[in-house]
Design a protein around this ligand. Structure first.
Ligand SMILES: [Zn+2]
Length: 285
């Protein structure tokens, strides 16, 4: 039996309740007719042209993305504009678009949970528990058993996340001991206070800027050494959600006696395409 889009949206909303999204966020169904059948679903981090192309080439009926296509106010979806052109391609091809963003960050088995699992963290709990339900919330804090050096943890992060031009950067001594790890998929420097309060030895996140990172490390050195920082490409730290979300939808639809064909996008939508390592004998410092 084939599910309708309305049924699929109901199941996705149950996994990633829209009310748990941040107030500034825009989640849920972006394009699509609730009555249309859904046979093929593509999961991706970004609703960008290459992903829409992949979906339409495959004949997808629905794309589930983490990032919103239309986060800020829009006054046109004309095909003369890059986002409007994507909306047109989707609607003309009968392909729906659904977004689970900060509601997927917070959810059980959501973005943060999947990242924590992939890094081998145990006993993980939300970094910022929700008031209504402390079992969910932004980020996760968990334990490495056995502990690892900072360098070994960074190597593990590099090994389990999709490859990107940036690779993995870290701040702290190579041999610094890491037992407790905080993780947050996507941009994470707004949660430094919570990371310090959690007692984490290292924080794995993305988009870390000079001043917040420098100040966090200076303060840590002054106060005892931790937390260390591990910085990944934004796309890479959120990608682990996709296979989990795919499995969850298959299971949820199976419980209703319906089947669906799914695929995780193979397109690397990290915007950075290259990197030149600094030569060992460059200008000083
Ligand atoms: Zn993100």
């Amino acid at each position: 039996m084939t599910a309708t889009l309305a049924e699929v949206v109901r199941l996705l909303d149950r996994r990633y309740p829209p009310r748990t999204a941040e107030s500034w966020d825009r989640v849920g169904l972006v394009a699509g007719d609730p009555a249309q059948p859904v046979r093929k679903v593509l999961f991706a981090v970004d609703p960008v042209a290459t992903v829409v192309e992949e979906a339409l080439d495959w004949g997808a009926d629905l794309i589930v993305t983490h990032h919103p296509l239309l986060l800020r106010g829009v006054h046109t979806v004309a095909a003369t504009e890059f986002k409007g052109a994507l909306v047109h391609r989707l609607i003309l091809a009968g392909c729906a678009l659904y977004t689970a963003h900060t509601n997927a960050d917070a959810a059980t088995d959501g973005v943060a949970d999947q990242l924590a699992d992939l890094l081998g963290l145990v006993d993980s709990r939300p970094l910022v528990p929700e008031e209504a339900d402390a079992a969910v919330g932004l980020g996760r804090v968990g334990e490495l058993d056995p502990p690892l050096s900072l360098r070994a943890l960074a190597e593990r992060v590099a090994a389990v996340l999709p490859a990107t031009a940036q690779g993995i950067r870290y701040a702290g001594p190579d041999d610094g001991l890491v037992r407790t790890v905080a993780v947050l998929g996507g941009s994470g420097d707004s949660l430094f206070d919570q990371v310090r309060a959690s007692g984490a030895d290292a924080y794995v996140t993305s988009d870390l800027r000079h001043h917040p990172a420098s100040e966090l490390r200076e303060r840590a050195e002054f106060e005892g050494g931790t937390p260390y920082l591990i910085d990944t490409a934004h796309f890479a730290s959120e990608w682990p959600w996709l296979p989990g979300a795919e499995r969850a939808l298959i299971d949820d639809l199976a419980a209703h006696g319906t089947t669906v064909e799914t695929r995780v996008s193979t397109r690397r939508t990290d915007p950075w395409t290259g990197r030149v390592p600094s030569p060992s004998e460059g200008p000083t410092p």
